[in-house]
Design a protein around this ligand. Structure first.
Ligand code: GLP
Length: 242
């Protein structure tokens, strides 16, 4: 129950109680929450107070509202470990999800000055520009743009990139992918990203930029990915320096 004499705001106490029910599994993904009116009656508070708690939980990505039907518990976020250089296909499979891609663009373009510098190639050298929506169990998870030197990854086709680029590079071309640098930052979805990822405009997203190298140090790809913040989180194991 809630403690009206507590210094903690009432909406916050309600928010914590619902959160606890989700964390402990009393409320499971897909379950419908009570209505604002029902919560207000149950806690003996105003609907405004309940609304604030609900809206905060929506912002945290724990629940979502579906117009005309109610408020539901969100699916669990996909957790990706930040050690190990993995592909999207591997990330999904290791979580028991079926990966797929919707190809938005597949073209060969001349490298811009910036791209050329990053990939250590001459300006105007042909590069693949591949834009894909990446899905797990048919749900859009990320929108990704890869730029890859065309003379390094020979024979790429639409069919290959609709599956796994890393699989092709390693198992068909027998190239060794060695390392990558990755930068992650938060952002909100642009109109285009929101449409592609099937989320409301301005939703939180994780922007990931990866530059991948072959084991011999040759840059393989420049990648910009926008991951849905409501479906994805990163995990890292850290050791204190001894
Ligand atoms: C992840 C990385 C990308 C990489 C991709 C390869 O999504 N963020 O940098 O290009 O995996 O995935 P796949 O082999 O499934 O095409």
């Amino acid at each position: 129950m809630i403690d009206k004499s507590s210094p903690l705001p009432i909406y916050y106490q309600i928010e914590e109680q619902i959160k606890e029910q989700i964390m402990s599994g009393i409320l499971e993904p897909g379950d419908m929450l009570r209505s604002e009116r029902e919560y207000a009656e149950y806690y003996q508070v105003s609907r405004m107070t309940v609304r604030q708690a609900i809206n905060n939980l929506v912002s945290l990505g724990l629940i979502y509202k579906k117009k005309g039907s109610g408020t539901f518990v969100q699916e669990k976020k996909i957790e990706q470990a930040l050690h190990g250089l993995t592909s999207f296909t591997e990330d999904m499979r290791s979580r028991g999800l079926t990966p797929s891609s919707r190809l938005i663009d597949f073209s060969i373009i001349p490298a811009t000055q910036v791209v050329a510098k990053e990939l250590m190639i001459e300006e105007h050298t042909p590069v693949y520009e591949i834009k894909r929506i990446r899905l797990g169990d048919d749900i859009p998870i990320a929108f990704e743009t890869n730029i890859i030197p065309a003379n390094l990854v020979l024979g790429l086709t639409e069919e290959i990139v609709a599956n796994s680029i890393y699989n092709y590079v390693e198992n068909k071309l027998k190239l060794h992918i060695g390392s990558a640098t990755q930068v992650i930052e938060s952002a909100t979805a642009t109109k285009a990203e929101a449409e592609l990822l099937d989320i409301p405009k301005q939703s939180p997203i994780l922007l990931i930029e990866r530059k991948t190298f072959l084991a011999n140090g040759t840059p393989l790809e420049l990648v910009k990915s926008s991951y849905r913040g409501d479906r994805y989180k990163f995990m890292i194991n850290i050791n204190r320096k001894s």
